[in-house]
Design a protein. Structure first.
Length: 184
């Protein structure tokens, strides 16, 4: 059974109730940012300029959408490999980011930051960018337009499917799923 989660009102109680392996349907606002945007966000923050949007309580989707075709909101919008953001994620989580969405495993410093800050890392299915695009109802570039497809976008999503890959307790679905599989 899928759990519906409003990205506009993420509470600590909701995050703490999620377990690795839970399937979610997200609705509300999330932001896209890939490696180039993460690098620039962190550099700007370190220089004292802050982040280009208020990250507190927000979700970032690791995606660089393709351009929209005529009469479409957005082009294909699949997840990118999360490990490319590992160097930047702890800083964002320590400053209020609550949800990250991508694909693939995370390093120990990210896992520690997820636990320390009571956050979630969610997985979107790679290779399904065209289907995911159907969940996106509105898209607008809000920062770093010079980065092209890697510019930061504000997306309004409805029933965006994800799976909890890392829960707030540090449980890693990639590891627990392997353990379950090996027992069977």
């Amino acid at each position: 059974m899928d759990i519906r989660l409003s990205l506009n009102e993420i509470s600590d109680e909701q995050i703490l109730s999620m377990k690795a392996g839970d399937n979610l349907l997200l609705s509300g606002v999330l932001y896209t940012a890939r490696d180039a945007a993460h690098k620039r966000m962190c550099e700007d923050f370190e220089k004292g300029n802050g982040f280009p949007f208020d990250i507190k309580g927000k979700a970032i989707y690791y995606a660089g959408p393709c351009p929209a075709k005529p009469n479409e909101v957005i082009g294909s919008c699949g997840p990118t490999t999360a490990g490319r953001m590992d160097a930047y994620s702890p800083l964002l989580l320590d400053n209020g980011l609550k949800v990250m969405i991508g694909k693939g495993g995370r390093n120990q410093s990210v896992i520690d930051a997820v636990v320390r800050n009571r956050c979630l890392y969610l997985g979107a299915v790679g290779g399904c960018g065209a289907l995911i695009a159907d969940c996106i109802k509105k898209a607008e570039i809000i920062a770093y337009p010079d980065l092209g497809t890697e510019a930061i976008r504000r997306l309004l999503v409805e029933d965006f499917p994800c799976t909890v890959l890392l829960d707030a307790y540090g449980n890693d679905f990639y590891k627990t799923a392997q353990e379950i599989y090996q027992k069977n």
